[in-house]
Design a binder for this molecule. Structure first.
Ligand code: ZN
Length: 210
């Protein structure tokens, strides 16, 4: 007599065991959580693209955020503190800080748009720091955080991000690591093939755009 398997019997085999979790590719985690979007997007830079990574959607899962943090920490050394630009860098920066046993602080833009340390955060000259962002595109935000810290006498040892969308080109003036390096194809609006097809463009970014 044939033994009928319940459909749920197959489930454990369909998932990778947790011990190999860390070898699952970063982008697979984005796809699994719906954080890898395809469509027609206007990026913060003003360029148009067919793909967009919404880090908030992958980082809403603390176990994944923790794993990304450990992976980044393993590529970076120890430091006294981890600093990130709000809001995008908050979750991953915190996880990296947890993994290396450092404290975590964040910068924000003031009313004039200048990156600053607020909320009573202080740093001391001679302290060492790592700067963490979710996605590096041009590296602008990370560079601004580095400048804030260096102006206060902090030694910035390195920088990291989950995704490097610059294809490795962004130069931050310090050693830099990423879990995934991508060459994102982006178009000037007047040369965008998606615009030429008449597809409506979305603005998925987190920054207010005018
Ligand atoms: Zn377009």
């Amino acid at each position: 007599m044939a033994v009928r398997r319940r459909s749920s019997d197959a489930l454990p085999e369909a998932r990778p065991p947790s011990c190999i979790f860390e070898f699952v590719r970063t982008l697979d985690r984005f796809r699994e959580t719906g954080a890898y979007l395809r469509g027609h997007f206007r990026l913060t830079s003003g360029l148009h693209s067919e793909e967009y990574l919404q880090c908030a959607l992958v980082l809403q899962h603390p176990t994944i955020a923790e794993q990304f943090g450990k992976q980044l920490a393993s590529k970076l050394g120890k430091a006294d503190l981890v600093a990130s630009p709000a809001i995008g860098g908050l979750i991953i920066g915190h996880e990296v800080a947890r993994a290396i046993g450092a404290r975590f602080i964040f910068t924000e833009r003031d009313a004039a748009g200048k990156m600053t340390l607020r909320r009573g955060f202080t740093v001391k000259p001679g302290e060492t720091a790592i700067v963490i962002e979710d996605v590096v595109t041009t590296g602008g935000s990370t560079r601004e955080v580095i400048e804030v810290l260096q102006a206060a006498g902090v030694k910035v040892l390195g920088a990291g991000s989950i995704i490097d969308r610059s294809g490795g080109k962004a130069d931050l003036g310090v050693p830099r690591v990423a879990l995934e390096t991508m060459n994102v194809v982006a178009y000037q609006p007047d040369e965008c093939p998606l615009c030429k097809q008449g597809l409506p463009v979305e603005k998925p970014g987190s920054r207010p755009t005018s």
